[in-house]
Each structure stands twice: as structure tokens, then as C-alpha cells.
Design a protein around this ligand. Structure first.
Ligand code: FAD
Length: 409
């Protein structure tokens, strides 16, 4: 009898954790598992704000998939998914078609531009290793360009749209990197402007108490960050952004971190979506196709209060655990376990040695919170790759930094 075929799409938080948990628990003869991902590495999205700003090397934010999976149990295919055909139980890749008995979709998110004219064409966003390498190079290029033609002050104006998690963490790192870049390119740091534009009345990730928000904004202001709150971006052009209050900020760099939506392949496949995300049942399966599990940013999980949980890495990891377990239960004919999100808290980095957050219900800030953030990163590395991965990405990292002039010393 042929083994049931499980195909996992995407090796992000949800997908890689599903694969790792499956390989730990299945027998070789039990199921045929294929993991498909665009790249041959898993990237740690929660780290990307650092290589984007140039305060860390992008190598520290990615791990070869071959280091994480047991190829006797998980067959890895490096390819791009172009279509999902849930009625036919098939997935079309750029050079192949895979059929499945059970599918796990963990294809992450795409940038949400809310239809703001020019944003897609003219702004950059932090979403992959390729995008952050580009952003880092672009920022350096702006410094170099300014030195060739110093009447263009806008080359040194950096606009970040969105002051949520990603925007805040990136702005904190960029502010730390400005003195390094200014020294490298002989630029007066006082000429550099970082402007964080936000449509809502407060900055920093939603849900944090007011005193932490005020603390966070004060830290950022001390680093030189300017805020424009309650100010939507109306449009974006190659030479800057037009704001809701009519002001046009001339800038050579616009980074958009104002929102994400689920991967568009789900909508194209006919799944019912809200902002690209699919509502799932208690076991994380599509309501339309119970043989399709959906994890991470592609899914909508409702809280007991009836509101959707925010999409983040923490929930994606927990969904990975639950999905692997329920796949095994399905194939072994055992009862499935409903998904229950265990919210452990949230910590946002504000740059070097500074962070704010909530641990369960306890507020944390400053150096302690920054250490906690590192511990959270370490815990994730341990979970997917054990002590060797922590050693490689958190300790060996110093050697990479020492070789690279644009990385924090
Ligand atoms: C800069 C930044 C900072 C963040 N900080 C935090 C934080 O501190 N804490 C937190 O909890 N959350 C944070 N988040 C959010 C968090 O990273 C996401 O919620 C999480 O990555 C979602 O996991 P996922 O498995 O759904 O998708 P992802 O981790 O995005 O993985 C999706 C995978 O699918 C692959 N893929 C996509 N399309 C295709 C295709 N067509 N074919 C093949 N492969 C494809 C991608 O290459 C990727 O490997 C941050 C996000 C960003 C961008």
C-alpha cells in the first residue's frame, strides 16, 4: 500500500516547525512528506530588521534547510509554488506538479499597500533575505550618492511608513547605524533624518500599555527619530511621499511596513479569504477543504472572544506543533487536538540594548527587555536546531561582524 502523501508549502515558522515535528515523530514507512520552499534556507523573519539596517549580517538571519531536516524522512524541493488546486489535490510548482493527500500551507504574507498609489512601485519592504540585502545596499548607496552631490539633502532622509512591530524595530536599528554610516561616508550625522510616519495616533506595536509606548517613543526620539502620527501616507513617488496633511517629504528612501496580507495564492485557489488569510477550524484546517491545514500568516485563528489573533511568529510556531500532531493523529486514526494559543507575551526591540514588551502580564523595558528578546531568539533557534544552531547564529555571529565594516562592532 502506498504511503499517504503530505506536502508542506513554505519553510517559514509554521512550515519548518511542522516538518521538524513530523520528522521527530513519524516512522520512515508511515508517510511521504515533501517540503517545498522558494529558497534552500529558512529565514528568521523576526531578525530581518537588523540586516536591513546593516547592524547585523543577513547570514545570521537564515539557516540552510538541509541543516534542519532529516532527508530520510522529509523530501525537500527548492521551488516556487505557482498554483494550488484544492479540488484536484495538486500543487503546481515552477517545474513540477505534486499531488497530495494532505496539504499544509505556510506560505506567509505579502505586503499590504491598501491601494496607496505608488507605494508598490516606489517603496521597499522588509520581508525576505533578498529584500533586506537590497535595502541595506540602498541605504549605503544614498550616503555615497549624497557625497557626490551634496545639494540633494533628500538622499539622507529616510522615511519609514508604519510604526508597528516591523517599522519600530527597523527604525531603532537604522538610528543606531547612522553614526557608523556617517563615519564611513564622511557625512555630518546631523544632516540625516529618520521619519516614522504612522496613520494611527500612537507609535509602537498595538496592545502595549501607554507608559511603555511613551518610554519607547522617548528612546527613539533620543536616537533622533522623528514621528509623524495620525498622518496617513497618501501617495508615494520616486522622490518622496505625500502625507495626509498635505506635506510632501522629499526622500530617496521609503520603507513601507504598514501592513501585510496572506499569500495571494490562497485567494487565487478559491479559498474564502479576509485580507488574503483563511479562517480555519479548531484543528487549523480549511473550512472548505478539511485535507488542507493552514498555518501562520496565511491563517485566521479566532480567539475565544471572537476576534482574530494577530499574525506573528509565536502563533505560527505553535500552529506548526499542532499541525504536525494532528497530521499524525489523522493518519493513525486518533482524535485530533484543537489548537489553543498560549500567548506568552511580546517584546519589541528599540535598537541596541533597548526593548519594551509584556511577558504574560508583566511589563518589561530597557536592557532587561533587550536581553529577553535575545533569549526569545535563542529559544527559537534551540527549538529548530538545538545548541549547535545557537552557537552558530548567536556566538559565531561575532566573527562575521568583525569582518564586515557596516555591521555593529
Ligand atoms: C521585520 C519583521 C519583524 C518581525 N518581528 C516579529 C517579532 O518580533 N515577533 C513576532 O512574533 N513576529 C514578528 N514578525 C512577524 C512574523 O515574522 C510572521 O508572523 C511569521 O514569519 C509568519 O510565519 P509563517 O510561517 O506564516 O510565514 P514566513 O515565516 O513568512 O514563511 C513563509 C515561507 O514561505 C516561502 N514562500 C512564500 N511564497 C512561496 C512560494 N510561492 N513558493 C515557495 N515558497 C514560498 C517563503 O520563502 C518563506 O520561507 C516580524 C515580521 C517582520 C517582517
Amino acid at each position: 500500500m502506498s504511503k499517504p502523501k503530505v506536502v508542506i508549502l513554505g519553510a517559514g515558522y509554521g512550515g519548518i516547525v511542522t516538518a521538524i515535528r513530523l520528522q521527530k515523530q513519524i516512522r520512515l514507512d508511515e508517510m511521504d512528506v515533501t517540503l517545498v520552499n522558494k529558497h534552500d534556507y529558512h529565514y528568521i523573519t523576526t531578525h530581518l530588521h537588523m540586516p536591513a539596517a546593516g547592524t547585523d549580517h543577513h547570514e545570521n538571519a537564515r539557516v540552510a534547510i538541509s541543516e534542519l531536516i532529516d532527508e530520510r524522512k522529509i523530501h525537500f524541493v527548492k521551488s516556487t509554488v505557482v498554483e494550488i488546486l484544492p479540488e484536484e489535490k495538486k500543487v503546481v510548482l515552477t517545474e513540477d506538479v505534486l499531488s497530495y493527500d494532505y496539504l499544509v500551507v505556510g506560505l506567509g504574507s505579502e505586503t499590504e499597500t491598501f491601494g496607496i498609489p505608488g507605494l508598490r512601485e516606489n517603496a521597499m519592504s522588509i520581508h525576505s533575505i533578498n529584500s533586506v540585502r537590497f535595502i541595506r545596499q540602498h541605504i549605503e548607496y544614498m550616503f555615497a550618492k549624497y557625497k557626490l552631490d551634496s545639494k540633494h539633502k533628500e538622499y539622507l532622509t529616510f522615511v519609514v511608513g508604519g510604526a508597528g512591530f516591523t517599522g519600530t524595530e527597523f527604525v531603532g536599528e537604522l538610528a543606531d547605524q547612522i553614526p557608523v554610516l556617517s563615519r564611513t561616508y564622511d557625512v555630518d550625522p546631523d544632516l540625516v533624518q529618520i521619519i516614522n510616519v504612522e496613520a494611527s495616533p500612537t507609535a509602537l506595536p498595538p496592545g502595549l500599555p501607554n507608559d511603555l509606548v511613551e518610554y519607547g517613543m522617548e528612546v527613539m526620539r533620543r536616537k533622533g527619530v522623528q514621528y509623524k502620527l495620525s498622518t496617513p501616507i497618501k501617495s508615494c513617488a520616486p522622490d518622496g511621499v505625500l502625507l495626509g496633511d498635505g506635506q510632501f517629504i522629499r526622500s530617496g528612501t521609503v520603507i513601507w511596513s504598514g501592513g501585510v496580507r496572506g499569500n495571494s495564492l490562497l485567494q487565487q485557489a478559491g479559498f474564502d479569504v479576509q485580507r488574503g488569510r483563511v479562517k480555519v477550524d479548531d484543528y487549523l484546517r480549511s473550512l472548505q477543504y478539511p485535507d488542507v491545514f493552514i498555518t501562520g500568516d496565511c491563517s485566521i485563528v479566532m480567539s475565544p472572544e471572537g476576534t482574530p489573533y494577530p499574525a506573528n511568529a509565536q502563533i505560527a510556531v505553535q500552529q506548526g506543533y499542532n499541525t504536525a500532531r494532528n497530521l499524525i493523529c489523522t493518519l493513525r486514526g486518533k482524535p485530533l487536538r484543537p489548537f489553543a494559543y498560549d500567548y506568552k507575551g511580546t517584546v519589541a526591540s528599540l535598537g541596541r540594548g533597548e526593548a519594551i514588551g509584556i511577558l504574560k502580564v508583566k511589563k518589561v523595558k530597557g536592557k532587561f527587555a533587550a536581553l529577553l528578546k535575545k533569549a526569545i531568539d535563542g529559544r527559537y533557534l534551540y527549538l529548530i536546531g538545538g545548541i549547535p544552531l545557537i552557537w552558530k547564529k548567536m556566538i559565531f555571529k561575532q566573527k562575521i561582524a568583525a569582518r564586515n565594516h557596516h555591521v555593529r562592532n
